[in-house]
Design a protein around this ligand. Structure first.
Ligand code: CS2
Length: 497
């Protein structure tokens, strides 16, 4: 038996997608299939994996079809979106990425390249010119960085003048503007006036809408593959597990048309920035706390972490008292309902979302989640103890002080900064010195946090508590500091509300 799509398949592509991972396949691909089903349009997707040959080979072998397994605690249901028309590996054929962006039929480039994929330097707050890939891309030849690919692709397309939109779908504040800024910086760095024409073309014909994406998509496991193949009655080597909840808020600023994504439930709004802020802080920020404290407590999964009473208390406290006050809520959003839905989503035990997955790449993820809320709390004269605890958890997992073993879930977290931070930890006398080196000297979380001595010292003190007395003691220390009631977990602030 072979897999068949739920609906008729697109014949032609209109979207080039960079980052053919599970998230894209369970999110934008599903919305795009629904849009084409409702209103037609040549919006098939050419999926580009940066390096992974296995996903591309499997997509070809399965005629670009795969299942999305929607998993709730009681049921699993399958759908086969069928939105892709082709797939290839950028590393094998970098020139093709440029050619595809220039191709007139392609009218949107979507991106899920993760927070790591933008070659952004927090220290200089611009395109990372120290990055070897970026430097090579600037010298010419087929580009390998995402920003280089976009800039070179747009340079090739400028010759035709055809409009196009670049749509970031990564968890970054103002992701459209951020992408545009980096692409422009790349073009400005080109020698002489090489980039000038393309910059003028960008002014005329290219838009970078922002979008907020949301769906929890864990990694695929061999068990899921087997279960899906049984349910489907056909072999599927690349199913994607996902939670039932899904959301996409998009700024409606497309230069060359767009699919009717609203048919799949997408919301077109002028308030994307607010949605992004709410999601990146309340969901992702709290997720980071659950991942690091969970991993240090021996929890393999996010539902297991949130099932530990003191961690749940810390998660509720950080969300309500430290993230929420920093947010300009989008109109019409009931924040209490959003909060309780988030806790239901975190507790979805059937999903098996691993703490090591959420804890991966903290060096770039936390930078999106924590600096502004921290600065806002400090400016009100309040210490954000639970965000400090999140950062202390992160450092303890990725850069443990000598003699501290954070356990196997922390060891499974990957992070581009791991080696650099671990080297700093190896010679640090204590947590305070480690926090100082990482946050102040390395400016890992940007320049403004680098100057917040009280926050840095609080992080350092909590790193020391974790090392000497264990993670439970550190959580209790932070909960005590916010006056969390020992039995109800309510804080003084909550009780006054
Ligand atoms: C998570 C996100 O891994 C992480 O950092 O917080 O991937 C999260 O699951 C998604 O953003 C949910 O939309």
């Amino acid at each position: 038996m072979t897999i068949t799509a739920d609906h008729p398949r697109p014949e032609r592509a209109g979207i080039l997608h960079l980052g053919l991972g599970s998230f894209h396949r369970a999110h934008q691909a599903v919305y795009t299939a629904a849009a084409m089903q409702a209103e037609g349009g040549d919006w098939g997707i050419v999926g580009v994996a940066s390096r992974s040959r296995s996903i591309v080979d499997a997509m070809h072998a399965q005629d670009f079809l795969y299942s999305v397994a929607t998993i709730s605690p009681d049921t699993t249901s399958l759908s086969i979106p069928g939105a892709h028309t082709d797939a290839f590996v950028a590393a094998d054929d970098p020139a093709r990425v440029v050619a595809q962006i220039a191709e007139p039929g392609i009218r949107i480039v979507t991106l899920t390249v993760t927070e790591n994929g933008y070659s952004y330097s927090a220290a200089t707050q611009r395109l990372d010119l120290d990055d070897e890939t970026v430097r090579t891309d600037l010298r010419g030849g087929a580009p390998r960085s995402t920003i280089g690919q976009l800039a070179r692709g747009l340079q090739a397309r400028a010759a035709t003048g055809a409009p196009i939109s670049i749509l970031s779908c990564d968890n970054l504040a103002a992701n459209g503007k951020h992408t545009e800024k980096l692409v422009r910086e790349f073009l400005q760095e080109l020698p002489g006036s090489e980039g000038a024409e393309t910059l003028a073309y960008l002014d005329r014909a290219v838009t970078f809408p922002s979008s907020m994406v949301d769906r929890i998509v864990p990694a695929t496991t061999p068990e899921l593959r087997a279960r899906v193949s049984t349910l489907l009655g056909a072999r599927d080597d690349i199913p994607v597990p996902a939670e039932p909840f899904t959301m996409w808020a998009i700024e409606d600023a497309f230069a060359a048309g767009r699919p009717a994504w609203e048919a799949g439930g997408a919301v077109f709004t002028d308030e994307v920035g607010r949605y992004e802020q709410m999601k990146v802080r309340m969901l992702n920020g709290t997720h980071s706390l659950l991942a690091y404290l969970g991993a240090l407590s021996g929890a393999a999964t996010i539902p297991a972490a949130v099932g530990i009473v003191r961690i749940e208390r810390a998660a509720r406290g950080v969300m309500r008292d430290e993230y929420e006050p920093s947010i300009d809520l989008p109109s019409g959003v009931d924040v209490r309902a959003y909060e309780s839905e988030l806790f239901e989503r975190f507790a979805n035990s059937a999903l098996g979302h691993r703490t090591s997955q959420v804890g991966t790449d903290g060096s770039v993820k936390l930078r999106q989640r924590i600096p502004e809320p921290v600065l806002l709390s400090l400016s009100r004269g309040e210490m954000p103890h639970l965000i400090a605890l999140t950062v202390a958890g992160y450092l303890s997992c990725i850069a443990p002080l000598p003699g501290f073993d954070p356990g196997l879930h922390a060891a499974a977290m990957t992070d581009a900064a791991r080696e650099r931070l671990a080297a700093l930890a190896a010679t640090a006398q204590n947590g305070r010195e480690l926090a100082r080196r990482v946050i102040a000297e390395q400016r890992l979380f940007g320049t403004e946090l680098a100057e917040q001595d009280a926050f840095i010292d609080r992080v350092g003190a909590l790193v020391d508590v974790i090392r000497r007395q264990g993670v439970d003691a550190a959580i209790d220390d932070a909960l005590d500091a916010i006056g969390s009631h020992p039995t109800t977990g309510h804080t003084m602030k909550e009780m006054q509300r």
